[in-house]
Design a protein around this ligand. Sequence first.
Ligand code: B12
Length: 453
Amino acid sequence: MTTMKVLLVFAGIAETGFNSSGQKLKLIWINHGLASIAGSVKKAGHEVNFIDLRQLSSWDEFKAKVTAYAPQVVGITMMSVDYETVTRAIELIKEIDKRIKVVVGGPHPNLALEEVKANTDIDHIVLGEGEISFVELLGDIESGKAVNRVIHGVKPDLDALPFADREIFAAGEMPIDHFLRIPFVTIIAGRGCIYNCSFCQPAERMIFGPVVRRRSVKNVIDELKLLRERSNFQSLMIHDDCLTEDRAWVMDFCGQYRKNGFKQPFICQSRADIICKNEDMVKMMACSGLAMFLIGFESGNQRVLNFLRKGTKVEQNYKAAEICKRYGVRVWANYMLGIPTETKEEALDTLAMIRKIKPYRASPAFFTPHPGSDLYKYCEENGLSLMKSHSDYSRSPDSPKIKGVDYLFLREVLEESKKIPLSVKIRRKIDHTVERKIKKHVIKFKKKIGLAA
Ligand code: B12
């Protein structure tokens, strides 16, 4: 077998544009899909190069880099929001050399296959998970074997995969909040989600299947040990959609995390109902370093929660916040305004809930219909969507998302909900300090990789 020259591309700049690496805390996070694929491709003996559009300044620079590397195969990941930028990247790649094979994967091809198939510049589309099937495809391209255009990715045994190859991302990740120290790292312990929220599903089931597959605790701890050795990370985020759904896994992980000498604070997502039903697990997590839960409270109104198929009760939202406070776990509150069918009174219920909960961070979003979700379908069927381009799927609250919603009113509600008593001024001051620190970090990083600051 000869070595293939493979280029992986992260084109997630729809929301932020070029030169965006590090502008906001989370914009410097690695993309785990590509990092995992890079690990498998390298293990198979191929040469991997990587372009992160967040770190480039223009399409000209992208073109120059692709030309200089002269890859045989380019693999690109695609969320719906990134459709336009991925399409532009592909156009330029084919302008450089029509023989370069372009392969796409990620959420959007799974959720809008016909649209992706219509782009004839795309040679192969990998559905589902890519590690095994992308490597196989490279072998087939190399040997000149005829391969289907659409490939159904074989699900890997997660413990058998090489760890995510973080080396391809030149920049260190930045924490989501100032209380978490750098070096900060993100990991993924599993894939899929068992819940059925209408603003998300069936998208996740279409990508990862109906059940959650989780790495073993040992495998995750081994990766953390390696990260400790390499970067001496000081804080950690576990990205899983809902890690806490697997109580036995979490209890085991907490024990192993402590036993192996990890003291770094970590954060992860959870749900109000899980927190209420598993107070002892929250306590165990808090004792093991859990510093914050990101909780999708979504709404303070029961009818709206039911409409969202969230599976939680408003009372559980309140109780979960209390439990977190009891154990010193900060609450990052995610909630939505402008949900289809939501009345102004119901939106005010959400404002009242947030005021009462007093989360550490209030993180509101105007509801956005994301392709692949049942609520997206609902919006399309009822002629509600105001989306003009894929980049409108970004979370930015600036643009109206659906018809029949008074966004002027909701903007006021949104701003009010963010006014968390007492801490606002202090928080802003802290935020400014953090922004300054990040700017310094970015300047240093750009110098390191030879980019003008
Ligand atoms: C972490 C995360 C983020 C991080 C991204 C960090 C980064 N740098 O990439 C942050 C918080 C920034 C983020 C932001 C957003 N996210 Co997000 N995010 C996730 C989350 C929770 C985990 C992603 C992940 O790492 N998964 C694990 C890896 C292994 O899976 P993967 O990336 O899908 O990759 C596998 C396969 O898809 C495939 N594959 C992927 N790419 C490729 C490429 C090739 C060539 C091949 C062969 C295969 C392949 O193989 C991979 C390995 O098996 C997912 C939910 C989920 N569980 O996946 C949502 C998810 C991807 N996000 C979603 C959304 C909607 C968003 C936002 C639009 C929301 C918003 N505006 O706030 C933004 C868009 C950001 C942007 N691109 O501009 C949706 C996407 C839906 C869609 N229709 O595209 C998801 C699926 C959640 C959901 N169900 O709604 N997100």
